[in-house]
Design a protein around this ligand. Structure first.
Ligand code: GUN
Ligand code: FE
Length: 433
C-alpha cells in the first residue's frame, strides 16, 4: 500500500547513452557520453555524464544504453490508421487507388470489432518504428475514431487526429450528411480534447470528397474553436488537381478552397503539396501553414517530386509523413531515405541533420506540438527512441571505420528501418512493443 510519503516521491529515471537533439534547425547537440534525467515523465536535465552523475538522487534507477544513440521520439506528420492492410496494393495512381483499395477497406471500420485490433496493430507499428507522435487520419466512423483516441490515451501517445469527413465522390457508407459531420465532430471534440496528450484536428479528406456545404460546416467549428487544427490533402496528383478545379470553378487555386474556409494557419497540415502555384506557396508562407512531405507515397503512387528547396526558401513549416497505406513503410528512417532521393533527383541538398531535424523538432513545430515535444529541453515530455546503429551486419561493416556523427546519422537514415529501433519511451516509460 502507498503511504503518503511514498506517494509523494517523484518517479525518476536516468538514461545513460549518447544523445542527439536539436535546439533549432541549425543547432544540433551531440553528447557522446551523457545522462538524460527524467522526472515524472518530463526532462529534468540532459548533460554530459561527468557533470550530472553527482547531482542524481541517490536511489534513482539508471538505465544503461551505452553504445546506443538516443533521440527524441519521431514525428509522423501524416498517416492513415485505417489503411494498413491496403499498403503495397499494385499499380494505380491516387484516384483509382482510393476507389479500388482504400475506400472498401475503410468501410470495414464501421464495425468496432474490426476497428479495434486494426487500430491496435497500427499503434504498435508506429511505436516499433520509433514514432511517438503522429497526425492521424482515421475513417469517417465515430466509433472507430473514439477507439483511436482511447488507444492513444491508453498508450499515452501524443497525437493529432479527428474523424475523416466526406460527403461525396465516395461510397455511401463513407459519406456523412452536413449535419452529421458537424455534430459528430463537435461530440468527439467535447469528449477527447482535454484528455491526455490528444489533439483534435478537423479532417476533411480532400476537396474532391467534400461539398462546399460540408467544408462550411467544418469552417464554423474552426471559427468557434480556433485552437483546433485542420489536416487534409493538397495538390498531390495531376488528375486530382484537374478534378478539384472542375468541382470548385470559382476558386483561385486548390489552396484557396481551404483558405476561403479559414483552414490555414499555424499547425494546419497540408499533405503532399507537390504541384503548387506561386500564389499558393506565398499564401502557405504568409499563414505559416505546414506542409507534410510524404516521399514513399509520392513515389509509390507515381504522384510527383516535392520541391523541398521552395519550401525552405519560403520558410514554410515542414514535417515528413509516412502516409501509410499510400506510403510504403511506417519507418520514418525509410521515409527520410526516400525524401533524400527525391531531393537528389532535383539536385536539392538534404543532409542527415536536415532529416533528423524534421523527424524530431521540425515535425513537432509543424504539428504545433513543440511546446511539449521535439527535443530534450528541460520540462518537455520525455518521449525518446533508443537506436541501435549496428542492427545488421551490413550497417556494422559500413560504420566500422567511422566515428563521424554525421556519417553515422546518414547511414542510419539511408539504411535504417525498424530493426534499428532498440526501444521506445513515452513520458519516461518504456513502451511495450
Ligand atoms: N487524398 C485523399 N485521400 C487520400 C489518401 O487516403 N491517401 C493519399 N495518399 N492521398 C489522398
Ligand atoms: Fe494521405
Amino acid at each position: 500500500m502507498c503511504t503518503e510519503d511514498s506517494y509523494m516521491v517523484k518517479q525518476s529515471i536516468a538514461i545513460k547513452s549518447s544523445f542527439i537533439h536539436f535546439l533549432n534547425e541549425t543547432n544540433m547537440v551531440f553528447i557522446p557520453k551523457g545522462i538524460l534525467w527524467v522526472e515524472d515523465g518530463k526532462v529534468k536535465a540532459l548533460a554530459p555524464e561527468d557533470e550530472l552523475i553527482l547531482q542524481l538522487p541517490k536511489n534513482i534507477k539508471i538505465q544503461d544504453y551505452t553504445g546506443k544513440l538516443v533521440l527524441p521520439g519521431f514525428v509522423d506528420g501524416h498517416v492513415h490508421a485505417v489503411q494498413t492492410q491496403a499498403i503495397a496494393s499494385y499499380g494505380k495512381q491516387l484516384l483509382d487507388w482510393l476507389e479500388t483499395y482504400t475506400f472498401p477497406l475503410e468501410q470495414r471500420f464501421e464495425d468496432p470489432s474490426f476497428a479495434l485490433p486494426a487500430i491496435q496493430f497500427f499503434f504498435n507499428q508506429l511505436l516499433k518504428n520509433g514514432t511517438t507522435t503522429a497526425a492521424i487520419f482515421p475513417s469517417k466512423h465515430v466509433d472507430a475514431t473514439a477507439i483511436l483516441f482511447k488507444e492513444a490515451l491508453r498508450l499515452n501517445m501524443r497525437i493529432v487526429a479527428g474523424k475523416t469527413s466526406m460527403d461525396r465522390n465516395a461510397p455511401e457508407g463513407l459519406c456523412d450528411t452536413t449535419s452529421m459531420s458537424f455534430q459528430e465532430n463537435e461530440a468527439l471534440i467535447e469528449e477527447f480534447t482535454q484528455k491526455g496528450r490528444l489533439n483534435y484536428a478537423l479532417t476533411p479528406r480532400f476537396a474532391i470528397t467534400s461539398t462546399d456545404e460540408q467544408l462550411s460546416a467544418l469552417s464554423k467549428i474552426k471559427k468557434n474553436r480556433p485552437n483546433i487544427a485542420v489536416q487534409t490533402h493538397l495538390s498531390e496528383n495531376i488528375d486530382e488537381i484537374e478534378t478539384t478545379k472542375k468541382l470548385f470553378p470559382s476558386s483561385k487555386n486548390y489552396l484557396d478552397i481551404y483558405d476561403s474556409k479559414g483552414f490555414l494557419g499555424k499547425g494546419s497540415l497540408m499533405a503532399h503539396a507537390i504541384y503548387l502555384e506561386e500564389q499558393e506557396w506565398e499564401r502557405l508562407a504568409e499563414t505559416q501553414t505546414s506542409i507534410v512531405h510524404c516521399p514513399t507515397s509520392n513515389l509509390f503512387l507515381g504522384s510527383g517530386l516535392f520541391n523541398m528547396k521552395k519550401c525552405r526558401d519560403y520558410n514554410i513549416p515542414l514535417a515528413l509523413g509516412s502516409d501509410v497505406g499510400g506510403g510504403l513503410s511506417f519507418s520514418m528512417l525509410k521515409t527520410a531515405a526516400e525524401a533524400y532521393k527525391i531531393a537528389a533527383l532535383q539536385n536539392i541538398e538534404f543532409t542527415a541533420r536536415n532529416a533528423f531535424y524534421l523527424l524530431t523538432l521540425g515535425g513537432a513545430k509543424a504539428l504545433n506540438q513543440d511546446a511539449y515535444i521535439g527535443n530534450f529541453e528541460v520540462g518537455k515530455e520525455a518521449d525518446f527512441v533508443v537506436l541501435d546503429t549496428g542492427s545488421t551486419e551490413l550497417m556494422q561493416k559500413r560504420l566500422s571505420n567511422t566515428d563521424d556523427i554525421d556519417e553515422i546519422l546518414f547511414v542510419l537514415m539511408m539504411q535504417g528501418d525498424e530493426r534499428n529501433i532498440h526501444s521506445v519511451y513515452l513520458k519516461g516509460k518504456e513502451a511495450n512493443v
